[in-house]
Structure formats: structure tokens, C-alpha cells
Design a protein around this ligand. Structure first.
Ligand SMILES: NC(=O)c1ccc[n+]([C@@H]2O[C@H](COP(=O)([O-])OP(=O)(O)OC[C@H]3O[C@@H](n4cnc5c(N)ncnc54)[C@H](O)[C@@H]3O)[C@@H](O)[C@H]2O)c1
Ligand SMILES: N[C@@H](CCO)C(=O)O
Ligand code: NA
Length: 436
């Protein structure tokens, strides 16, 4: 089948990521979508910069309307940002019968009601997973995974810039202005960083989540918004002493009389998982009456993490356009004819790190014998812990952490180590995963 044709409006940070990831993973994405997804045309005011990424693999134009008016294009992806020209272009794309994907939280939070009305009238889809918490699939979780629940509340660290500022101020004692500059340098901040530090960006995202969780229109103008600019370092320290951490939270809560929609610095008990979300990471905690608490964590910004969410929307739309139910909701997430017979590896072939504990003679040369055996099997040591032998004992515990190695190499090394006269009994082996 002919690939679905996509027009990309804006190839900056996110657009560049979309182009790159779509190309890099095109085989896997096609196996999931049931159809190729091809960027037909890219529109950007900066054609020269666009060329550096696109080369000759798609058409490049400087006029976004040339994309919207192109009858070949099925889906328009808006990655320009802001509520100005982006709003006009999205409405025009809808009027032209295109499905729309956007990462633009400001646009959806402020003009979403109008946009959805137009899309409904035209029978087209508008998807915006990238607009909230970037790469974290929180829209999908709320819209699909949690549909059995009455959602009672949502609380999220949904602005990476401010979380980075608060973490760095606390851990390194740096001042606000220095850390904000660093956040801008790292590309976390909005074009206008007051949106980040004054809580506006978080309020855009909280507004979108409240609408999806409670089935209400977007009401950004009703959100209560406080940023972190008035937060004093002394209060961060006092809160720590009392067992709390201060985070900028976006909160949406259903009450019998209405919905709370608010963004402000908030004390959270330090022992909560979400209190330990540091740096530019995002996390959203959702409480549903049936499921209880669920927590979603990941990168809320950046080129490829955000592209990950944009492309997921492209796959969703491509699947939904399929006439055949089996292709719309593939049982194994990959299309039935694209499931591959990749083998599950026997345990000897897996790769991991290890914690090893052995009982060894407390004498010179033992450690050298053991490290020699490990090296001969290609196992390298990450850390060693050798306890002093207890009073009157001739043996002691030796504990080692290894770098990653194949299990069969580890087992061969352990067998030889156990054969050493200076090693007593079996080597205790526990696998270690860094999960970073
Ligand atoms: N950067 C992130 O981490 C991130 C994360 C989540 C959501 N978003 C959202 O994604 C959107 C894009 O953000 P970005 O960081 O990629 O911005 P960016 O500034 O890097 O890219 C925007 C691109 O649009 C182009 N552009 C501007 N006006 C145009 C016009 N009239 N026609 C065609 N092209 C035009 C610019 O030349 C630029 O290349 C924004 O809505 C932003 O809020 C960004
Ligand atoms: N400026 C935003 C980018 C992602 O939406 C942030 O810091 O989280
Ligand atoms: Na998301």
C-alpha cells in the first residue's frame, strides 16, 4: 500500500527529531502502522537549515500553505509553536480535510475547543501526545488505558525547566539566574522562558490533562498559576528539614463542586517517588478510583523524546485510517503479517552485570588469581570490596561488581574460581541491571 503522506510544518528541535527518528526506525514503524509513513514535504522559513537535515529525501518549501494545499498530503504535523500563525495553519489544514498532529500545548490549551469543533465538523483527527510531558505517553494513558476509572486527581512535574532549576538550586546551591541560563543553553526552556518560570507552560499542560481526565472543555483562562520566581532558597531548605521537597506541580482535581486547576510550588513528602524526580525529567501521578495511583515518568522535552510522541500519533492515525479492525488495533502492537520469529535467547547468551560474593583465604595472591581468571573470560571488574578477616578467622568475604558480560563467560569464570584452593564453597552470583 502507498505510504501515508505527511507534511511537516517547522523543522526545528522537534521537527528535526521527527524527521530523523521516522527515517531511522521506518521498518519497525511500518510493521506497527501497517503502512509506511513518509514525510512528503517540509515547510520551514529557514530553508537552508531544513536542507541540512532533509537533504533530498523530501521536498522543502518556505510556505506552509503549500503543504496544506497539497492534495497528496494526508496528515499535517504542526511543529512551529505559539498561538499565532500556528493556529491559522492548523485551522486551514483541518478545512482542507487533513488530519493534524501537533506538539503545541499553548495552542491546544488556549484554542483547543475551537480546533476540535472545526475538526469534528470536517471529520478529521487532531492528536497532541507530544503537547503534555513530551515523550511520556500520558495522553494515551488517560484517554485509553484508564478509561474504566473516575479520575480523581492528577499531579505532575510537567515543566522540565523549572524542575531542573529547583534541583540544581538545592543540590549545588546555585542561584536562580545562573541555572535558568543553563536550562536555556540545554534547550529545555521555551522561546520565552517566562512561560516556564511563571508556570504558564505547566498550566497549558495541566489544562489539557484536566480536559481529557474529566471530560470538560479546555479552560486555561480559569487556571490558577504561580511559578517559582518568588520561591526563596530558605524555604526549600526548611522544607527539606521537615522531610519535604518543593516541586512545581500542575494539579487537576475533581471535587463535588467543581474542578481544581492550579499550578504552584508544592511541598511533597520526600519519600514519595515523584518527590525524587530530578533535573529536567517529568512525572505525572494519576489517581483513578479503580486503579488507585499510577505514575508515569520520562523525558518531557528534547528533540527525539518529543518526536517519539509525535510519531506515535502518526502511527495511531495511520492505523485508524485502516478499514480493517485487525489492523486498527493489532493484537501484538505490530501488524499480524509483520510479526517476526526472533528467538528468545537461552540464559547463557544474555548480557548483564553481576554481584559476586566469595569466601576466600585471607592471604596474599588470592585477589590476583581471581582477577586473572575473570580477565581471561573477558569479565571486567567495576568495584571490589574486601573485608578484613575477623579476629581469629583465616577467611574473609570478597565482593565484586562486574561490568556487563555474557552469562556463559561469567559461569565459566565462576567455575574456575570455585576450583581455586583459596576459595571456599560456592560463589554467590546475583545479576545487576543498571536501568539507566
Ligand atoms: N523543544 C521541546 O522539547 C518541545 C517539547 C514539547 C513540545 N514542544 C513544542 O513543539 C513545538 C516546536 O518546538 P521546537 O522546540 O521544535 O521549536 P523550534 O523553534 O526549534 O522550531 C520551530 C521551527 O518552525 C519554523 N517556523 C517558524 N515559523 C514558521 C512558518 N510560518 N512556517 C514554517 N516554519 C516556521 C522555524 O524556522 C523553526 O525551524 C512548539 O509548539 C513547542 O512548544 C517542544
Ligand atoms: N519548556 C518546556 C519544554 C517541553 O514542553 C519544559 O521545560 O518542560
Ligand atoms: Na506526552
Amino acid at each position: 500500500m502507498k505510504p501515508i503522506q505527511v507534511g511537516l510544518l517547522g523543522i526545528g528541535t522537534v521537527g528535526g527529531g521527527v524527521f530523523t527518528v521516522l527515517e531511522r526506525n521506518q521498518d519497525e514503524i511500518t510493521r506497527r502502522a501497517g503502512r509506511g509513513i513518509r514525510i512528503n514535504t517540509v515547510a520551514d522559513l529557514n530553508v537552508e537549515r531544513a536542507k541540512e537535515i532533509v537533504k533530498d529525501r523530501a521536498q522543502i518549501v518556505n510556505d506552509a500553505r503549500a503543504v496544506i494545499n497539497n492534495p497528496e498530503i494526508d496528515i499535517v504535523v504542526e511543529l512551529i509553536g505559539g498561538y499565532g500563525i500556528a493556529k491559522d495553519l492548523v485551522l486551514e489544514a483541518i478545512a482542507a480535510g487533513k488530519h493534524v498532529v501537533t506538539a503545541n500545548k499553548a495552542l491546544i490549551a488556549v484554542h483547543g475547543n475551537e480546533i476540535f469543533k472545526a475538526a469534528h465538523a470536517k471529520g478529521v483527527m487532531v492528536a497532541f501526545e507530544a503537547a503534555v510531558a513530551g515523550g511520556i505517553p500520558i495522553i494515551k494513558a488517560l484517554r485509553e488505558g484508564l478509561t474504566a476509572n473516575r479520575i480523581e486527581w492528577i499531579a505532575g512535574i510537567i515543566n522540565g525547566t523549572t524542575n531542573f532549576i529547583l534541583s540544581e538550586m538545592r543540590d549545588k546551591g546555585l542561584d536562580f539566574a545562573t541555572v535558568l541560563k543553563e536550562a536555556q543553553r540545554l534547550g529545555y526552556a521555551e522561546a520565552d522562558p517566562t512561560f516556564d518560570i511563571e508556570g504558564v507552560d505547566a498550566a497549558h499542560k495541566a489544562t489539557i490533562m484536566s480536559a481529557i481526565a474529566f471530560g470538560i472543555p479546555m479552560q486555561f483562562d480559569k487556571a490558577h498559576i504561580e511559578g517559582i520566581t518568588k520561591l526563596a532558597a530558605i524555604d526549600i531548605r526548611y522544607a527539606e528539614q521537615l522531610g519535604y521537597r518543593i516541586k512545581l506541580l500542575g494539579i487537576a482535581k475533581k471535587t463535588p463542586t467543581g474542578v481544581e486547576l492550579r499550578v504552584h510550588p508544592t511541598l511533597i513528602p520526600t519519600k514519595r517517588l515523584i518527590a525524587n524526580v530530578e533535573g529536567a525529567m517529568n512525572a505525572v501521578q494519576v489517581f483513578g478510583d479503580a486503579v488507585g495511583t499510577t505514575l508515569y515518568y520520562g523525558k518531557g522535552a528534547g528533540s527525539e523524546p518529543t518526536a517519539s510522541a509525535v510519531i506515535a500519533d502518526l502511527v495511531d492515525i495511520t492505523r485508524l485510517l485502516s478499514a480493517d479492525p485487525e489492523h486498527r488495533v493489532p493484537y501484538l502492537a505490530f501488524q499480524p503479517d509483520a510479526v517476526q520469529n526472533t528467538p528468545v535467547l537461552p540464559i547463557g547468551e544474555i548480557t548483564t552485570s553481576y554481584y559476586l560474593r566469595m569466601r576466600v583465604a585471607d592471604q596474599a595472591g588470592v585477589l590476583a588469581d581471581i582477577t586473572k581468571i575473570l580477565a581471561a573470560h573477558g569479565v571486567s571488574i567495576d568495584a571490589l570490596l574486601q573485608k578484613e578477616a575477623d579476629e581469629g578467622e583465616s577467611q574473609t568475604d570478597l565482593v565484586a561488581l562486574t561490568h556487563e558480560t555474557k552469562e556463559k563467560n561469567m559461569l565459566a569464570a565462576i567455575k574456575e574460581i570455585q576450583n581455586l584452593k583459596t576459595v571456599d564453597g560456592e560463589v554467590v552470583k546475583i545479576r545487576l541491571e543498571n536501568l539507566s
